[in-house]
Ligand binder design. Structure first.
Ligand code: Z5A
Length: 218
């Protein structure tokens, strides 16, 4: 049986940096894994990612946005995540259904119970075994994300969410904190203000704990 680990946090919290370092760590340990992301991880998901995130004048209503993220997830779970877990792999996923509650629920103000229903429908109730939440003040994360974005030119810039006002991002972080409070056993909170090697050491510690727990289960 595989292990499903999701990486969550505000913009620029270092998820992408850490997911890559986690892959290197698993490779050194000879543990088979995949790295994937949402929206994305399939051809359909990659197309929806462009629609949802790229710089464009396309108007997307809150409910449409929710359903597009859900469509990407339904494909991702069926085509990529479940087969990898069935193969006994560790799945490292950059964002998943907690992001939908935080961004579309708390950020956009859609009804939380409806967002949860759509999440369950699109994910076939597949929940992560472990969720690492990279926490940092929203203004610091936005600054980091903006620096990264400024290095990319043209229409491939994924900045639709970064362009939201600060209050939107504050609500998103509050959404994540509410989720952590309601499911403390699944989440591990990591201080993303620490330097990259220190954050990585903490990720490895939580990952090792999960692998040991999984092996003990047989
Ligand atoms: N979204 C949604 O609304 N609903 C959903 O259901 C889902 C997603 C699934 C896509 O996410 C967007 O979709 C996201 C939510 C929404 N909102 N946005 N935007 P994404 O994960 O693809 O994009 P992101 O959240 O913006 O990630 P990011 O900006 O790429 O940040 P990151 O991956 O967390 O960080 P990073 O790229 O690793 O690091 C950013 C910069 O900081 C970079 O220059 C690093 O070198 C630097 N960095 C990293 N760690 C550190 C430390 N520890 N110290 C100092 N500097 C650091």
């Amino acid at each position: 049986m595989g292990l499903f680990i999701t990486f969550e946090g505000p913009e620029g919290s270092g998820k992408t940096t850490q997911i890559e370092k986690t892959g290197d760590y698993l490779r050194r340990k000879n543990i088979s894994f995949i790295i994937t992301e949402e929206p994305g991880g399939t051809k359909l998901g990659d197309e929806l990612r462009k629609l949802l995130l790229n710089k464009s004048s396309l108007k997307i209503a809150g409910k449409s946005e929710l359903l597009l993220f859900a469509a990407a997830r339904a494909q991702h779970v069926e085509e990529t995540i479940m087969p990898a877990l069935d193969d006994g792999k560790v799945v490292l996923c950059d964002r998943y259904s907690d992001a939908t509650v935080a961004y579309q629920g708390f950020g956009r103000g859609l009804e939380i119970d409806e967002v949860r229903w759509i999440n369950n429908f699109s994910s076939q109730f597949l929940q992560p075994d472990l969720t690492l939440f990279f926490d940092l003040p929203v203004d610091v994360g936005l600054k980091r994300a903006m620096i990264r974005i400024s290095r990319i030119a043209g229409s491939s810039v994924e900045d639709r969410f970064e362009r939201e006002d600060l209050q939107f991002h504050v609500r998103v972080r509050e959404g994540y904190l509410a989720l952590i409070k309601s499911e403390p056993e699944r989440f591990r909170v990591i201080d993303a203000l620490k330097d990259i090697p220190e954050v990585h050491r903490e990720v490895c510690r939580y990952l090792d704990e999960s692998i040991i727990r999984l092996r003990a289960k047989g």
